[in-house]
Design a binder for this molecule. Structure first.
Ligand SMILES: NC(=O)c1ccc[n+]([C@@H]2O[C@H](COP(=O)([O-])OP(=O)(O)OC[C@H]3O[C@@H](n4cnc5c(N)ncnc54)[C@H](OP(=O)(O)O)[C@@H]3O)[C@@H](O)[C@H]2O)c1
Length: 334
């Protein structure tokens, strides 16, 4: 089969002919129609931190059609249209993943290939109202947003919510889910056009995180937040604790702006704040996220679709932060 393989010397992604993955009795083989890219793959490409004796085929998100079913699988049939849960081996504790947890794509073969064989437990029917491209946008970012907002952020229907860096894939799912749940949502972005687009999607307003006084502008607009979803961290994180209402929850899942070195403990304990780290989600949350998407007929925001042979260009776009929503890879066009 054709696959996009990481060149472990140059750290470029290259199309290669590789062996078809084996099919264990509990596996399903899927012909991938679409994949999407995520920032954690970009971190790996930049930090050059992956090493493996065999071919490394990245890719956490994918949707496609079942072409073969392992002998012990009873729940699917050939030609079923499906997507994949990339949160592998979460383990028994819903509160945190176990040591064996993996993000699909490394070291387990990922979705940047013509075919993938994967345990049927990680396969779910594709939402009927979504295309393959939209379905491939959903898994990792949708799951991360769902857990951050509902499990860690304890969102309630009238909550006031702040989502930072709204151009990001996870941030936009958080916006979609919060608006669909009746929350009042504000956003930040480095780009005013992205703020306008977020307002079109149901946000009440937003400010540029590049403005020196962005947090006082937000304070005037909103009068504080019950739930804050943040992927940036960095030195401005302290302002999120100042913007949080008493009893507020801040869920942080990324490190785009780097370390936090300047928190004021008094703000945290006096306002009874909860600062939650959050990563992807468990099997139950994946199921609930798909249910929410189906019941509210939520459509993922797609920035662009690239053919598989242009995947390096797609990552360059993400590297420049130019996207609004998910960047999709067409896995039929190598
Ligand atoms: N823990 C997990 O499970 C998990 C899951 C997914 C992602 N992540 C991490 O979360 C981060 C975002 O991931 P993603 O896939 O959503 O990335 P993405 O689609 O590449 O989005 C990144 C966004 O970060 C925003 N940003 C950049 N600098 C910022 C700043 N100083 N303050 C606020 N926002 C800023 C930008 O928003 P604007 O374009 O609006 O300016 C940009 O669109 C990455 O660090 C990624 O590794 C973690």
């Amino acid at each position: 089969m054709k696959a996009i393989v990481l060149n472990q010397d140059t750290y470029e992604l290259e199309t290669k002919e590789v062996d078809l993955p084996k099919l264990a009795p509990s596996d399903i083989r899927i012909k991938l129609e679409a994949a999407s890219i995520n920032h954690h793959e970009l971190w790996s490409l930049k930090e050059k931190d992956l090493k493996c004796k065999s071919n490394i085929i990245l890719g956490s998100d994918g949707a496609g059609t079942i072409v073969e079913i392992g002998s012990s699988v009873k729940t699917f049939k050939i030609n079923d249209e499906v997507l994949i849960n990339p949160s592998i081996n979460w383990g028994p504790d819903p509160k945190a993943q176990c040591e064996k947890h993996e993000i699909l794509g490394y070291p387990t073969q990922g979705t940047f290939a013509e075919f993938i064989s994967i345990n049927h437990e990680y396969v779910r029917p594709k939402p009927k109202h979504l295309s393959f491209e939209e379905s491939a946008a959903l898994p990792l970012a949708g799951l991360t947003a769902y857990r951050a907002l509902f499990t860690r952020g304890e969102l309630e229907s009238k909550s006031k919510v702040l989502i930072t860096g709204i151009g990001g894939g996870v941030a936009l799912f958080a916006l979609n889910f919060a608006v669909a749940s009746g929350a009042e949502v504000y956003v930040t972005s480095g780009n005013s056009i992205k703020i306008s687009k977020a307002v079109d999607l149901g946000a009440k307003g937003g400010v540029s995180y590049k403005d020196i006084d962005w947090s006082s502008k937000l304070r005037k607009m909103s009068d504080g937040f019950d739930v804050i979803i943040d992927s940036a961290a960095g030195e401005d994180f302290v302002k999120l604790t100042e913007l949080a209402n008493p009893g507020g929850r801040i869920a942080v899942f990324g490190r785009t702006a780097g370390r936090i070195t300047n928190l004021n403990p008094k703000t945290i304990f006096w306002k009874q704040l909860s600062i939650h780290g959050t990563t992807m989600g468990n099997d139950h949350e994946f199921k609930k996220m798909i249910e929410l998407v189906c019941s509210k007929r939520i459509k993922p925001v797609i920035d662009s679709v690239y053919p598989a042979h242009k995947i390096n260009v797609a990552f360059e776009k993400m590297n420049k932060g130019e996207q609004f929503g998910k960047i999709i890879i067409n896995m039929k066009d190598f």
